[in-house]
Structure formats: structure tokens, C-alpha cells
Ligand binder design. Sequence first.
Ligand code: PEP
Length: 247
Amino acid sequence: MRQALIAGNWKMNGSLAANAALLTALREQSQSLHCELAVCAPAPYLFQLQSLLAGSSINWGAQDLSVHEAGAYTGEVSASMLQDFACRYVIVGHSERRAMHAETSELVALKAARALSAGLVPIVCVGETLAERESGQTAVVVEQQLSPVLDKLGSQLAGIVIAYEPVWAIGTGKTATPEMAQEVHELIRARLAQCDNAAAAVVRLLYGGSMKPDNARQLLAMPDIDGGLIGGAALKAADFLAIAQAA
Ligand code: PEP
């Protein structure tokens, strides 16, 4: 049985004051949830997450990490730094990083491996652009993004979370229909099973892309959708909690 995970990706949003209000509301209202809740914030706020969420049922994490352990890598954040702030999760390969920071699937695989070796759970993002979907390339693109990760992680596969995030649905208000999302999730699970049957049964597959309170229930009802990676709606306590209640 896979426990649903609803993870927020704050992207480059937040302030000490706004975060405090949001985290306090989440902490106060998350007791009766059946799913796991997590928040992935910009690195400067990890200390605040640790301070305000420690002892609650909410987990937290970062949005990226370096493949390097330490050294002359200006601006990078290492896995051990994330450990210092008791992060559980780290997002790797978000489409915004693939598109704006030229992250390749091979680099994403290295980041996922680095996270796992430090005891962090990588949330590995995959997903096609609109042009790729419209030209019938969705399965090929997802396979190309996934296969370096599967090759690199081998027997560690059970320790990851995968987020299917069609790029055309991120921050656009356009959501994949539950059937469209399920079709890709099923494909991802089958691909995992080719590598490791046991891992395929336990790895949680999140959907991301304009998941909101009004579409979450239908998406989360699909058999291979085990939660959501939530951008915009994670910045409002009421919306984020409503999605979590649907899980
Ligand atoms: C995301 O950034 O991962 C995301 C899914 O964003 P949104 O929910 O705003 O589409």
C-alpha cells in the first residue's frame, strides 16, 4: 500500500513572514490528514522549515542539490547541507531546471544518486512539452528522461519518488485529464517493473501540473497516481490542505 504524498514546490517564492504564516497554518490543520505532506522550499528557508515543522507530521525538502560533495562550486548547495537542515526530500530534474539551467537526464540521474547516498529521497521529475505530446512523443521523451536514472540507481530504485509533470500543464492552469495522466503513470510503473518488480510496487508516482482543489480528487483516484507535486496551489494553505484532503 503506497501512502499518498502531497508535496509542495514553492519555486522561488516566499519570505520569512509569508512562510511563517503558511507553515503555521499547515502545521495546525494537518493533523487529521491520511496522506503525507511535504514542503520543498528555496534553500535559504530550510532553517525556517526545520524550526517551524520539527515535531509535526509534515516533512520538508529542497528543490535542487549539487552532484558534488563540497568545494569550489559557487552558488551550489550540497546534499550534506540539506542533511544539516533535516531535509527528507529533494526535487531533481524539475522541467524549469532542465529548460533554464540546461540540466540533462544524465545530470539528473547523478543528482538522484547523490541524494540517495546522503539519505535524502529524490523526487525525480519527468514530462513532455506540448510540442512533444502533440507529435506523439510523450512515451519516448519520458523513457529518455527516465532511463539514465533507472540505469544509474539500480538496486536503489525503491528509495525514490517520481513526479510526472507534463511541461504544458505546469503553471498554465491546463491540467492533464486523469486518464491522460494515468496512461503515463502506468507506463512509468511498467518501466520500473522491468528493472525491479518490488520497487515498482512501492515507488510513489506523483502527478504535477496545475493540480488544484477542484481537480485533485479525480486525478488522485487513478490507480497509479500516488500523490501530487504542487506549485502554485502550495502557496495557499487552504488550497494545499484541500488537495491533501482529497488524497
Ligand atoms: C510544479 O512547479 O512542479 C508545478 C506542478 O506547478 P503548478 O502546480 O503551479 O502547475
